[in-house]
Design a protein around this ligand. Structure first.
Ligand code: PLP
Length: 406
């Protein structure tokens, strides 16, 4: 039985006040709060089990290495990868996608080749491809969503041409909440020999992920949105793609041999994990994944669907709010603007005065803002600890904004 009150007790920050009001935290799409088990895992590691990993032969180094490496299996289970050998540790989705750009795409693509992407992408899934456009002459082929923010997989599939070498697509828009049918895209892409990279930064928090069932080649996730520490994350790389990648970050821990003349690289994922990693953060992510698995991703998804439906009905009842995106399959993320002179930043400031944390701005999605014909929106995003009462508090806060700015 899903008890949101019990879950809230696991998150100490939720009982604090902000500007004299009980905190209502609705900025989960930017970063989620941390449960006690994650905080405790980090504290315990630094207090009792910390040393550098993979290097030492002493007790603490072996202990830290075991704890750190054990997380690879947890990530594998969390996204149902075929093997731990397909999981590269990263500092988040941004690093994961850049890794695909530098280690895979730069090694495989040439001038004139195309990458298909959508106007709904976060800059993390745009800028690395612009690098390739600027530096290698790669062409970017953009696919727009429908007016309601839905993305028909056929739009992507029909954009695939003889020069398409990669499809880079979000699984869930961080602005509109749209869930994209990446399985349908991957099925058609595979028949045409085109790999698919999925930005799972948002989707992995809200739905159960099975990368094998989705049939995709790369999947990037971010630990700090998954209730884990910042600077933790992972990139799933299908085994056959791993053999097509060349290391791009050189340094300690990723070599087989180094001499003055030549260098050879460690095989598998190790070749992509140079330098001292985010040891404690990854151990914290392991605790977060345990926490999510114990609650059950299907239960979390059900709770969030309930919140989405409730918020959808409440917000759409207010005809002075312009809600962006109404895809039939969407998660609990709402972007909106207010009729009249108020800028989204104004809304955010007024709501903050009531202890309600939302995000305002372009959400690192400027091409989408252009498509929507706005420069910014206000965004409320829900997580596993949010309640219907908090939706009510948001609506009340927005009514105050309407009264102030009309
Ligand atoms: N992709 C999406 C859809 C996001 O929402 C975000 C963060 O907001 C990112 C990528 C980047 O994640 P990070 O900055 O944690 O690497």
């Amino acid at each position: 039985m899903y008890s949101v009150e019990k879950i809230r007790n696991d998150f100490p920050i939720l009982s604090r006040t902000v500007n004299g009001n009980k905190l209502v935290y609705l900025d989960n799409a930017a970063s989620a709060q941390k449960p006690l088990c994650v905080i405790e895992a980090v504290r315990h590691c630094y207090s009792h089990e910390y040393a550098n990993v993979h290097r030492g032969l002493h007790h603490l180094s072996n202990l830290a290495t075991d704890n750190y490496e054990r997380v690879r299996g947890k990530i594998r289970d969390f996204i149902n990868a075929g093997s731990e050998d397909e999981i590269i540790y990263t500092t988040g989705t941004t690093e994961g996608i850049n890794l695909v750009a530098y280690a895979w795409a730069m090694n495989r693509l040439e001038a004139g080749d195309e990458i298909v992407l959508t106007s709904m992408e976060h800059h993390a899934n745009i800028v690395p491809w612009h690098f390739l456009r600027e530096r290698m002459g790669i062409k970017l082929k953009w696919v727009d969503p429908e007016g309601d923010g839905d993305l028909d997989p056929d739009r992507i599939i029909t954009a695939i041409g003889p020069k398409t070498r990669l499809i880079a697509v979000t699984h869930m828009s961080n602005v509109l909440g749209t869930l994209v049918d990446v399985k349908a895209i991957a099925q058609e892409a595979a028949q045409r020999g085109v790999p698919v990279l999925v930005d799972g930064s948002q989707s992995s928090v809200h739905t159960r992920i099975d990368v094998q069932e989705l049939g995709i080649d790369f999947f990037a996730l971010t630990g700090h949105k998954l209730y884990g520490p910042s600077a933790s994350g992972a990139l799933y790389v299908k085994r056959e793609r791993l053999t097509e990648m060349r290391p791009f970050k050189g340094g300690g821990d990723m070599i087989r041999d180094v001499s003055k003349e030549v260098v050879s690289y460690a095989g598998g994922t190790q070749g992509f994990e140079a330098g001292t990693p985010a040891i404690v953060q990854m151990i914290g992510l392991g605790a977060a994944l345990d926490y999510l698995s114990n609650i059950g991703m299907d239960n979390i998804a059900r709770h969030e669907v309930d919140l989405r439906n409730y918020a959808d009905q409440k917000l759409r009842d207010r005809n002075w709010l312009n809600i962006q995106g109404n895809a039939p399959n969407k998660g609990a993320i709402f972007s909106f603007t207010l009729d009249g002179p108020a800028h989204p930043h104004d809304l955010s400031t007024v709501l903050d005065g009531k202890g309600i944390a939302v995000r305002a701005g372009h959400h690192c999605a400027q091409p989408l803002m252009k498509f929507l014909g706005v420069t910014a929106t206000c965004r409320a995003s829900f997580g596993l600890y949010n309640t219907r009462k908090e939706v009510d508090a948001l609506v009340e806060g927005l009514e105050l904004c309407r009264d102030l700015f009309s």
